[in-house]
Design a protein around this ligand. Structure first.
Ligand SMILES: Cc1cc2nc3c(=O)[nH]c(=O)nc-3n(C[C@H](O)[C@H](O)[C@H](O)COP(=O)(O)OP(=O)(O)OC[C@H]3O[C@@H](n4cnc5c(N)ncnc54)[C@H](O)[C@@H]3O)c2cc1C
Ligand code: FES
Length: 451
């Protein structure tokens, strides 16, 4: 299959998106402390919206002190006729993971921001390509989506693929049986019960023979990801062939420390007409979050493009040159997770505003068309249709960037007059051909407050 080649960047919201209503149609504990949820458009069994394998959604959970946001990777192959599927491991004191594990039931309605993320396969998949997937623990979740997308291709069209997968024990290996059945996938499993914790260098050394243009997809703890990336770069692997997903900590506990540092500027938010301060070393994203705005984000490392913000005036350091196009930078688009204000800055939107803050502008930014992204979604739909066709033709059952910007250029955007669509923090179910069995307002109980 060949559609287009090349790296595709993802359209991001530049502020905030409207959450979609999703209905839980499956809730299954699949390993110790690990649960899988299938989420459908309410009243159906279909995906609530299109996505590419490897992308993630962000659940919006009402808490006692405002909404709580947590992202989860989608584990499916991109077929829009199947529900979204997420798999999560609960943290011992985790607010949302425990809530989803213990208190969510089939039939409940949750809310999610639309799929985002750049941890995706190239649009063109060919048998001569090689992919190396590396997963640690729950890091298998986006990789499972990528593997399922490859599995949906006719056997002769599949690229070469190998998986290196580290888990605590065989029993705790998420999707173990399903993955072991993939006979086209070369795989090595690393278990803590059988030896010391796996190192990135060990995985690098254990890789099956590779072509020079092999693409690496890595999802594990951040330190592990960075060490493996360093080992690959030192061995001459171009950075654009290394993709990683980071399950960033979304509990806002790290934000308090910045409040005692010196103020470096004021951030004016056009959409709400309010101003918040930014402190030394703070990114735009952190400053907004510290003031209870909820801008979208994913990796928090400048690699996924989810956190785009539109700077109307002022200068920022480290706007995101490695991810954004020259045209986007010129128009004032920056990556909020790495861009640091240099003095006063005006933003078009700061994401979902604190509860009770009115929206005062209602213009809509005209986004540059990302033609290639459209093609990716067409490709995803085609993969889905092919998978469905194969399913019907056979008896087979489906069992189951690259690097952070570290340079420090600055951007002086040209002011524009447009602004993004304001959003509210709760959404109405889009369509519902059947009545949901329950539609509660879930309130996590493990902790209170905006986390
Ligand atoms: C793009 C993206 C995709 C993700 N996909 C998945 C997924 O598919 N499956 C999955 O299980 N999780 C995934 N996560 C992580 C998930 O969003 C939550 O961070 C996780 O479920 C913990 O949330 P919580 O509310 O239960 O814990 P919290 O209440 O947020 O935190 C509890 C404690 O754990 C610490 N903590 C929280 N998150 C992390 C973390 N990621 N790393 C280290 N320490 C942490 C906190 O500092 C705190 O001490 C993803 C995160 C991102 C950003
Ligand atoms: S959150 Fe991923 S680039 Fe900013």
């Amino acid at each position: 299959m060949s559609l287009t080649s090349d790296t595709i960047k993802i359209v991001a919201s530049r502020g905030a998106s409207r959450p979609l209503a999703v209905q839980v149609i499956r809730h299954e504990v699949i390993a110790p402390d690990v649960v899988t949820l299938s989420l459908a458009q309410p009243g159906t069994r279909q995906a609530p919206g299109p996505y590419l394998p490897g992308q993630f959604i962000t659940l919006v959970i009402p808490g006692n002190n405002g909404n709580i946001y947590r992202s989860y990777s989608l584990c499916g192959n991109g077929n829009p006729r199947d529900p979204w599927e997420i798999t999560l491991k609960r943290f011992p004191d985790g607010v949302v993971s425990n809530y989803l594990y213990e208190s969510v039931n089939v039939g409940m309605i949750l809310h999610a921001l639309p799929p985002r993320g750049a941890f995706i396969l190239p649009a063109s998949l060919r048998p001569e390509q090689t992919f190396v997937f590396v997963a640690v623990g729950s890091g298998i979740t986006p990789i499972r989506g990528l593997l399922r997308a490859i599995a949906a291709l006719p056997p002769g069209s599949r690229p070469q693929a190998q998986l290196h997968y580290a888990s605590r024990s065989a029993q705790e290996t998420i999707y173990r049986d399903e993955i072991l059945k993939l006979d086209w996938l070369r795989q090595k499993h690393y278990l803590r019960t059988e030896g010391p914790r796996v190192t990135p260098y060990q995985i690098f050394g254990n890789a099956y023979p590779l072509s020079r243009d092999a693409q690496w997809y890595i999802c594990g703890p951040e330190e592990f990801n960075l060490q493996l990336r360093q080992a690959l770069v030192s061995a001459g692997t171009p950075e654009n062939l290394i993709h990683f997903e980071i399950f960033a900590d979304q509990s806002r506990q790290h934000l308090a420390a910045a409040a005692s540092r010196a103020v470096v500027g004021q951030i004016a938010i056009k959409e709400t007409g309010t101003t918040v301060d930014a402190r030394e070393q703070e990114t735009l994203l952190e400053a907004l979050e510290r003031h209870d705005y909820q801008p979208e984000f994913g990796c928090r490392r400048g690699t996924c493009g989810t956190c785009q913000l539109h700077v109307l005036q002022g200068q920022v350091r480290n706007p995101g040159n490695k991810f954004l196009t020259a045209a986007e930078l010129r128009s004032g688009i920056v990556l909020g997770c790495i861009a640091q204000p240099q003095g006063d800055v005006t933003l078009e939107s700061g994401g979902i505003p604190p509860r009770g803050t009115p929206i005062i502008t209602r213009n809509v930014t005209k986004r540059p068309t990302r033609r290639k992204y459209g093609l990716r979604l067409v490709a995803a739909a085609l993969i889905g249709v092919m998978a469905l066709g194969l399913w019907q033709l056979t008896d087979h059952k489906v069992t189951a960037s690259s690097s952070s910007s570290t340079t420090t250029p600055s951007v002086t955007p040209t002011p524009t007059t447009s602004s993004v669509t304001p959003t509210t923090s709760a959404a109405t179910p889009t369509t519902a051909s059947a009545t949901p069995t329950t539609a509660p307002t879930p309130t996590p109980t493990a902790k209170t407050g905006s986390s």
